[in-house]
Write a protein that binds this ligand. Sequence first.
Ligand code: NDP
Ligand code: 8X3
Length: 253
Amino acid sequence: MKQIAIITGATAGIGRATAELLAGNDFDVIITGRRLEKLDLLEEQIRSKTEADVLSLAFDIRDQAAVNEACEQLSGKWENVDVLVNNAGLAAGLSHIHEGSVVDWEQMIDTNIKGLLYITRVISPGMVKRQKGHIINIGSIAGKESYEKGNVYNATKFAVDGLTQGMRIDLIDHGIKVTSIDPGAVETEFSLVRFKWDSEMADQVYDGYTPLYAEDIAEAILFAVTRPPHVNIDDMLIMPTAQARSRKFNRKN
Ligand code: NDP
Ligand code: 8X3
């Protein structure tokens, strides 16, 4: 029987690349996100290119009732989730703390921290019951060191780092692996979302160097979830060669 992975934020970027790669490597996948048309498209692509079974669940991860309703309706084999990839997340805005938008702050906190907790709360009891499972949290270099104007986004990713450590301690007695994958700059919809779809601003983020691509992170996730039972990847910090620390780039290309 194939393993089942649920990937949050699979409509774009890292989540979509992860769903595609896991589906091509013997996983059946549950793909989630708000944009139903993107889920439909991905479902069709995965079905046409792989042998994987796919289930789409459209919900806003900030809405606890919606998260619970979607996950509680899982039945049959889909109830037995082996891998939870907590990927859905965003940065909204880039401002000094005294000029920040409270609406942006709340969106980041509600998505990156509370959303991750909501789905973990509903999926992890099944793993505990089966004494088996793997949770992958997508953190960030932004969760290792703060940078100018990053403030609340940084704080949400520091929180993810703290949660990863706590979850690993709480779940160790149940044989559940917990991994943090922490990327540097990855060219996805991330910067478009951060700058409210201003493509000129978003393009500047990746100007003059080769960033990571979503597939690079998907490969790291595949590596983590295919280690033998006695091996856990605790934490993987993955950077573009042209990036050192959060904000030092070699933009000579
Ligand atoms: P994208 O913007 O390309 O993808 C983000 C995904 O998150 C989308 O599928 C989006 O789906 C989903 N999402 C956002 N808000 C919600 C919500 N309220 N409910 C449900 N799903 C939501 O960004 P990335 O792929 O780059 O980001 C994925 C993760 O990687 C994030 O946690 C990000 O913080 C982290 N990361 C990204 C880095 C980068 O440089 N790109 C570097 C380090 C970490 P939809 O809009 O359809 O709901
Ligand atoms: C995303 C990377 O450095 O833009 O987590 O915050 S960064």
